[in-house]
Design a protein around this ligand. Sequence first.
Ligand SMILES: [Zn+2]
Ligand SMILES: [Zn+2]
Length: 461
Amino acid sequence: MSAPSPGAKPLTSLDWRGSSLPGAGNLAICGARVLDPRSGIDGERDIVIRDGSIESIGEAGSLPADLDGDIEVIEAGGLTAFPGFFDPHVHLRTPGQEYKEDIETGTRAAAAGGYVGLVAMANTAPPVDEPSTISALRKRAAAEASVPTGFTATVTRAMKGEELTEMAALRDAGAVAFSDDGVPIRSANVFRRALQYQHLVGGTILLHQEDPALSGDGVMGEGDVSAALGLAGVPPVSESTMILRDAELCRYEDATAHMQHLSARISVEAVEYAKQKGAPITAELTPHHLVLTDEEVRSLDARFKMNPPLRSEDDRQALIEALKSGVVDCIGTDHAPHATTEKEIPFEEAMMGVIGLETAFPVLYTELVLPGLVDLATIVERMTAGAALFELEVPEIKPGAEANIALVDLEAEWEAGAEGWESRSQNSCFAGRKLTSRPVMTIVAGRVAYRQRAFRLGAVA
Ligand SMILES: [Zn+2]
Ligand SMILES: [Zn+2]
């Protein structure tokens, strides 16, 4: 992804309950291995944070014994400090479906996953299509969110794909982007008009790419496994044809859009082609599409039911290549909570979607980094890059930057879900999996947004 624009705002320009979190924004993190592919650091360092910003980064052991002022010292030897992660694709389910998730639980799950910011989708009940709803959500986030949270508004009224929302007024109310995620924008003409407004009012358009006519009644990826199970499949062209159509419209209107959750090799090819032609688009991958295939669906366990669906090993390999090459810009979880009663039922009837905030980094580290498929720096780069989609500063560990940091124990071994979840829902496709690595502390603007219970403090000066 290109460098963040000069006008990028700090993550804390989004809403969160910053000043009510523990700490005063003064911390010293001592002896952690600091790994930040953007600032080019990989080594043991001491980081001093004052008033929410990184004051200095020195060699490990270089801190004066008598650090002055009100500063909490965190002994972090053996841990790794990354720039905090940013998730451009989260379903917080509020307003209207708080039995699945809300701002408080969803952002707590994010903080527990090492995330220092996120953007919530607008396919709530009702959908977020009025400026007053954006204002109300922002107020709630300012009181309840553990990490800075941005809200999208829908592109079309009630997500019906017919009439555009008042995009300028929604931007004025603070919508960070637009999305009808959950469903595609069927009409090319409606999307074209949305792009014309996008060009004027800013805020990228996030696209769930799927041609409903091609997806039909599909409940899983179309292929050998769907044929063997006798289940209706969604063909990969359902996704790629819409990507090509919309990328052409972006190029024609010189307006930006973001292709969410790519699932197939031909979708990657479509994005690559469009970018080569100069279309101002970006694209995203989820941990579940990078790690799992449709073979999981043989279990008929609805924890493996999501949209877009899991696909073949060949598709998965293409996604991994796209992650490495940069054809795909960032990783988003598509964290999609559902109640047990909506998931622990026959596969064909179950809702689509999985939670993902608390497992994203550990899953990618365990399944892609440790086997040598993708290097750690690339994972960190793609897990932070999503902030740039919203003209926000991408988290970086460098002097002067807002102190947004994920402190991770790369050696921790744990079983996903064994201790329960911070999320209100538990529909994880990784539940029960043995994972290596775990975030132990998440710092947003120098404040402790999450601290693992088992992670003991150093001295408090
Ligand atoms: Zn979607
Ligand atoms: Zn989604």
